[in-house]
Design a protein around this ligand. Structure first.
Ligand SMILES: [Zn+2]
Length: 388
């Protein structure tokens, strides 16, 4: 073996396993998971992978999880107005797969492959925008609906199955003006034609939340699900919309997509109390976030849901096995299993007072926070607070 992660507690929501175990990696793959693995010299036990002088990471007191999946970020930097070089922050924070949320459309998706996917250590997958040029700003990408091309968007997904995972559409007024209903329909059409999920940006929309969630198919994704912008998933009295609960019940995916504007502790508490638990925890990190923004990174966003009452296992599932399944990659990423590519996060739950911030000026005093000690991508330690 080349790398041995020893002494930690494995949390693998895909298999339901949580307990003490070591993880052995040889080359790019996981070759053994179990208690008491040792880095043997040349000719050692084949069951643990043979080979001399494996690097050993002491994960005592830490949680060893599948590499994190951030379902919503923007990494098409230098091209898209929301782009940022997300690779460094992903590497630093346990994220081995990022999913760009529509920075590229059918016209410029080839550039995403060449400039982002092929150049990043993080596996950068992508939703393809319904808009030909990707999500945009001033003017919004679909203020002129002629930029919507469902056929081309579907063809782009179908022609790039190795990195394209679905269709992205933003329905908020600055993106789409009064074309929200038409854009939603076209996005669903593209999703159907490509056999892939549609991710819908909600908040500040011209059509109702009920209409949006009722139109989505099981497997489609509501991102910014806890946005305080109207219409949100709670009514003005703080009751979760029955339509949202119904949609969740039939398999529509609710994704956090934190960003600057879309996380409100009070609203999240109400939603959790009434049974609207998010399926996926994501950041929506992008290049227009102000310095000192409340998102920070994926472990910080995870810490917020942990502080609001989700268990560690629930939080980890929402950043590993569930987003992997949502994008149809459940057989490749988001799980720790022998034979899989070795994407691993070693996370510490640091017990210390922490002030967490939301998008509307709210704070939450937590007594612990999640931090990534090591990020391992395809068998290589690529970052984390304890690196090298
Ligand atoms: Zn976004």
């Amino acid at each position: 073996m080349d790398l041995l992660i020893t002494g930690g507690t494995v949390v693998d929501p895909a298999s339901g396993f949580m307990g003490p175990a070591d993880v052995a990696i040889s080359g790019v793959r996981i070759v053994a998971i179990g208690p008491g693995l040792v880095a043997r010299p040349e000719g050692g036990d084949a069951g643990t992978g043979s080979g001399a002088a494996a690097r050993v990471l002491d994960a005592t007191g830490c949680f060893v999880t599948p590499g994190l999946v951030d379902l919503h970020l923007h990494s098409y930097w230098g091209v898209n107005p929301f782009g940022m070089d997300a690779d460094p922050i992903c590497r630093a924070t346990g994220v081995t797969t990022g999913v760009d949320a529509g920075s590229a459309g059918p016209v410029n998706f080839g550039g995403f492959r060449a400039l982002v996917y092929e150049r990043t250590v993080t596996r950068m997958l992508a939703f393809v925008a319904l808009a030909q040029h990707g999500v945009w700003k001033d003017p919004g990408e679909l203020e002129d609906l002629r930029f919507a091309d469902a056929t081309a968007a579907a063809r782009t997904v179908s022609g790039n199955r190795d990195i394209a995972v679905g269709i992205k559409v933003r329905l908020h007024l600055p993106s789409v003006g009064e074309h929200g209903r038409a854009a939603l329909r076209l996005a669903i059409k593209a999703g159907e034609a490509s056999g892939s999920p549609v991710m819908v940006h909600v908040g500040n929309t011209g059509i109702s939340m009920e209409e949006i969630v009722d139109t989505l198919r099981p497997g489609d994704i509501v991102t910014h699900c806890y946005t305080p912008q109207r219409p949100s998933v709670v009514d003005p009295e703080g009751r979760v919309l029955p339509a949202a609960l119904r949609a969740h019940e039939r398999g529509v995916i609710f994704d956090v997509g934190h960003a600057n504007n879309h996380f409100d502790f009070d609203l999240v508490r109400r939603a959790l109390d009434q049974g609207l638990v998010p399926d996926v925890i994501s950041t929506d990190l992008h290049g227009r976030l102000a310095p000192g923004n409340p998102v920070v990174d994926l472990p910080t966003t995870m810490s917020k849901l942990l502080a609001l009452g989700l268990t560690l296992e629930q939080v980890v599932a929402r950043c590993t096995s569930i987003p992997a399944r949502v994008i149809g990659w459940g057989d490749r990423i988001g799980a720790l299993a022998v034979g899989r590519e070795a994407d691993v996060a070693v996370l510490a739950v640091v017990e210390e007072p922490t002030t967490l911030r939301d998008s509307v000026g709210g704070t939450l005093q937590a007594d612990r926070r999640i931090e990534a000690r090591w990020t391992i991508r395809a068998g290589v330690v690529v970052g984390g607070s304890a690196q090298p």
